[in-house]
Each structure stands twice: as C-alpha cells, then as structure tokens.
Design a protein around this ligand. Structure first.
Ligand SMILES: Cc1cc2nc3c(=O)[nH]c(=O)nc-3n(C[C@H](O)[C@H](O)[C@H](O)COP(=O)(O)O)c2cc1C
Length: 186
C-alpha cells in the first residue's frame, strides 16, 4: 500500500525533466533531424547511448537502413530550432534549410551534425529493440565532438553545461540550473 501522501496515476505521465537532443540521420543524399527527449547514456565502455524513436517518424526507417545516427546536444539558445525539428516531419519539410542550420559531417560515419550544438556524437547502431510505441536504438559513440565553448585546457570545462531540458507532462522547456553538490562530497 502506498502512503497516504501518494496517488497512483497512469505511468504515461513520466515526471522527468530530461535533456532534449537533436537526432540526425542520413540515408543516401537525404539528411534529416528530429527532437528526441527519450535519450539516455547506456554504457561507459564501449560508450553507448540510447534513443527511443516512434516507427512513424521519418528518422526511424532512415536509421534502420543506414545503421548510423548522430546526437547533437543543444543549449537553451536553440529552443526554437529544437521545437521546430520536433513538430515538423522531415518527409514534408527540409528542416536543415528551413532552420538555416549549418551542418558538418561526422568523419567516421558521414552522419550530419549541427555546428551550433556544443556537443555532437557520431553513433553506430548496435541494437534495435522494438518496445511498443517506440523503438529503442542503442548506438556506440564512435566519435565525440566538443566545441571550444565547453572546453578548458582541451578537456571538458568545469562550468556547468547549459543543456536544453524538457518536461513532457508540462510540455515545457527548461535550462540547466546551478550545481548543488560534488560527487563523493555530498
Ligand atoms: C521536445 C520534443 C521531444 C520529442 N521527443 C521525441 C522522442 O523521444 N521520440 C520520438 O519518437 N519523437 C519525439 N518527438 C517528436 C518528433 O521529434 C517529431 O515527431 C518530429 O517531427 C519527427 O521528425 P521526422 O518525421 O523528421 O523524423 C519529440 C518532440 C519534441 C517537441
């Protein structure tokens, strides 16, 4: 029995504030990108991430065919672009052109990446799991690009990364807050 200060609700009301990323794909000559909030770090070695994408998205069959995808991690300055990429289907709109986003291609996979994003990952698909509404793509990160904005002496800066965050039940975007502790020191 749950204590009286808890109520049980449908589990689709996922109460998380999570980083929202741009997942990019290339199939033949066609480059696309979409917003993905169901993104996670899945493994440290080999470095892997997961992205959950509905089968109906233009991006899903592109990744299934090419077996590659990119993850471009936006800051809060890209909220309009992310929202557009998350509400327009690439089957009808060329989102790169519509957003005038400069891209560069990953050296190992050829996947398109977003120059304005401070962190970009090139991923090679290792597993695809059909879960239900979403397919879970698990990709090994074969290349990581960090912009000088997030670097300090060639390593990741100690200043907090200012990610764009998203809360699905509220349909709201947030930005990263202030640090509240250090690992191992409480
Ligand atoms: C903030 C935000 C987060 C989203 N997260 C996901 C997600 O995790 N998985 C998914 O399949 N769709 C997600 N979407 C919806 C897709 O980004 C949207 O349907 C997009 O138009 C698909 O583009 P495509 O058809 O070019 O692939 C999200 C949309 C927004 C606005």
């Amino acid at each position: 029995m749950a204590p009286e200060d808890f109520v049980q609700v449908e589990p689709d009301l996922m109460p998380f504030v999570v980083p929202v990323v741009l997942v990019t794909a290339r199939e033949g000559d066609f480059d696309n990108l979409m917003a993905v909030a169901w993104f996670g770090v899945a493994c440290s070695e080999p470095p892997c991430v997961s992205v959950a994408i509905r089968p109906g998205r233009t991006t899903n069959p592109m990744i299934r065919k090419s077996w590659i995808f990119g993850v471009s991690v936006p800051g809060p300055d890209l909220v309009k672009e992310v929202d557009f990429a998350g509400t327009q289907p690439g089957s009808r709109v060329n989102k790169w052109e519509a957003l005038s986003l400069e891209m560069f291609y990953g050296e190992k996979t050829g996947v398109p990446l977003v120059r304005k994003c401070p962190v970009n990952l090139e991923c090679q698909v290792r597993h695809v799991i059909r879960l239900g509404t979403h397919d879970l793509f698990i990709g090994e990160v074969v290349n990581l690009y960090l912009n000088e904005r997030v670097l300090e002496n060639d390593t990741l800066a100690t200043v907090p990364l200012n990610h764009l965050l998203y809360c699905h039940p509220q349909q709201r975007y947030y930005e990263t807050g202030r640090p509240v502790g250090m690992r191992g020191k409480g």
